[in-house]
Design a protein around this ligand. Structure first.
Ligand code: 5GP
Length: 190
């Protein structure tokens, strides 16, 4: 059995990564999403252990000290990190693992696991992203402004990723990502 593929799935906040991910997971049984730990408070409808492990700053700090993260980063005032062991366990079992992470985390993964495949999702336009973030209504105007500034900065680094996918339509974009993964696995492309 071959080792699973580690796939970094990044893109601006509000670009629709979460919805794309749900489609991809439902269509490809050999893929899982790594569940991150975060110090951010849960949004309405989010459950501990499903979207994230919601932890205190102290618990997050302890995990850092125990070398429990594959990567971690601060993003708009909160910490986010990928627990190391579950990811390695899944890869060893031949399962492909998605990491839905931001840019600083990706740069750490690229360094630690250069064999990873990286995909960056972009919106059809920056205006569209602004509308989506405002329409979501889950963040204050101040946080939205900060997330948009971070998005702009992240989008300037999209050339560092192996693939860039435009989320103009969730079904189409999710299919494109799955097709990239299938081609890599059949060694048609890197
Ligand atoms: P949100 O607060 O919208 O759920 O996530 C904010 C940003 O943090 C998103 O870009 C998301 O992909 C990223 N993120 C989520 N989990 C992790 C993680 O474990 N590590 C890093 N570096 N970023 C993460």
């Amino acid at each position: 059995m071959s080792r699973g593929l580690l796939i970094v799935f990044a893109g601006a906040s509000g670009v629709g990564k979460g919805t794309m991910m749900k489609r991809m997971l439902s269509e490809n049984v050999n893929c899982r999403l790594s569940i991150s730990a975060t110090t951010r408070l849960p949004r309405e409808g989010e459950q501990n252990g499903r979207e994230y492990y919601f932890v205190t700053r102290e618990e997050f700090q302890n995990l850092i000290e125990q070398n429990g993260f594959l990567e971690y980063a601060e993003y708009v005032g909160n910490f986010y990190g990928t627990p190391k062991k579950p990811v390695f366990d899944m890869l060893d079992q031949g399962i492909d693992v998605f990491l839905e992470i931001e840019l600083k985390g990706f740069l750490q993964i690229k360094e630690a696991c250069p064999e990873c495949v990286s995909i960056f999702v972009v919106p059809p336009s920056f205006e569209e992203l602004q509308l989506r973030l405002q329409g979501r209504g889950t963040e204050s105007a101040e946080v939205i402004a900060e997330r948009l500034m971070t998005a702009q900065r992240e989008m300037e680094h999209q050339h560092l990723f192996d693939y860039v996918v435009v989320n103009d339509d969730v079904d189409r974009a999710a299919k494109e990502v799955l097709s990239i993964i299938a081609k890599i696995k059949s060694k048609e492309i890197k």
